[in-house]
Structure formats: structure tokens, C-alpha cells
Write a new protein. Structure first.
Length: 186
């Protein structure tokens, strides 16, 4: 492992979200005042990924949302789930999850559109989702009053472990009887 790999490993580790190759290049070039190529970074990332593949490591380098991030390997997810349950005070409420789902599937969407689907006011949920940086303001609608348009953020992708919004399950998959949980009442 060369020094460049170590610096890139440190950048990925220190990043709260997935870090893009362009961000890595910027940081390296600013710190060392020399040009680095995309190929150098790609080779270093491949080396880091290979370094963490053995079972002796609980983490792995994963490509997410056009960037890279260290994540816990899937085999350790049950233990991590217990930690997340313990810290459940920070989890999303049912109302926030419903609001986020509507925004994810209908984006860009106005708050009024979300409220029409949910049938209730969603000011609080939208505010909490903005605070948690799971949604962003995408602009303004051309409609009457020019309401704000909301969409999911890059952090949403990291939070749910997806690379693209197209990876969300299709709504018809969610209604499939095979994916239903619990007993079906007739």
C-alpha cells in the first residue's frame, strides 16, 4: 500500500457521506500541490477495496451514490440492527417515512401534492426531513403561487444504501402477496 492509498483511505474514513473521486482529487491536489490522475485514484480505491475483503475486517469499501464509503459487511448487520434499535430515538416517525416515500416516488413534488396523497398536513415531517438532510429543495413549480418542489438528497441514497433512485422497489412489487408480512385475512 502506497502513501496515496493511505491518504485516500483516510479521506473515505473521515467523510460522513460517500466521497466522490472528484472530491478526492481536489483534496489530494490541494494538499500536495501536484496533479493526480483519476486513474491513480481508481487504482488506489481498488487496492483499498481489496485490502478490506478478507474476513478479518468487519468493514468494506463500497461504491454508493457515485462515491465511496466504508460500510459494515452484511454479516454484521444483525448486531448493528441492535445498536440502531437502542438508538431508535433518532429514527424517522411513521409520518416522516410516509412523507419521504411520497417524495422519493413522486419527485419533484410540492408539499401540497404530498398532503393530498397523505390526507393530512405534513409541515412538521417536511421540516424534519429537511433538517435530517434526507430531502432537498429542488426549485419552484411553475404553478399558481410558485410552490417549492422537493426531492431526495444524496444523503437519502447513502441512508438507504442505494446508488440510484431507480433502485427503489416498484410500487407493484410492494403490493405483491409474496412480499406481504404476516397472515392474510380473508
Amino acid at each position: 500500500m502506497n502513501n496515496t492509498e493511505l491518504y485516500i483511505e483516510a479521506l473515505v474514513f473521515a467523510s460522513e457521506q460517500s466521497i466522490r473521486v472528484e472530491e478526492i482529487l481536489y483534496c489530494l491536489q490541494a494538499a500536495f500541490e501536484r496533479d493526480f490522475s483519476t486513474e491513480e485514484v481508481d487504482v488506489a480505491l481498488a487496492g483499498i477495496k481489496q485490502k478490506y475483503q478478507p474476513d478479518e475486517f468487519a468493514i468494506e469499501l463500497v461504491q454508493l451514490n457515485n462515491g465511496y464509503q466504508f460500510l459494515t459487511k452484511k454479516v454484521y448487520h444483525p448486531v448493528i440492527s441492535m445498536l440502531q434499535l437502542q438508538r431508535s430515538k433518532k429514527k424517522l416517525s411513521q409520518a416522516a417515512l410516509e412523507t419521504l416515500s411520497i417524495i422519493a416516488y413522486k419527485q419533484p413534488v410540492t408539499k401540497t401534492d404530498v398532503e393530498q396523497i397523505r390526507g393530512v398536513n405534513c409541515d412538521y415531517s417536511v421540516q424534519k426531513l429537511l433538517e435530517k438532510e434526507l430531502i432537498i429543495i429542488m426549485g419552484k413549480s411553475d404553478g399558481l403561487g410558485k410552490p417549492i418542489l422537493y426531492g431526495t438528497s444524496p444523503l437519502f441514497m447513502d441512508y438507504f444504501g442505494i446508488n440510484d433512485i431507480k433502485e427503489l422497489p416498484h410500487i407493484k412489487e410492494l403490493n405483491d402477496a409474496e412480499t406481504a408480512i404476516g397472515e392474510q385475512m380473508e
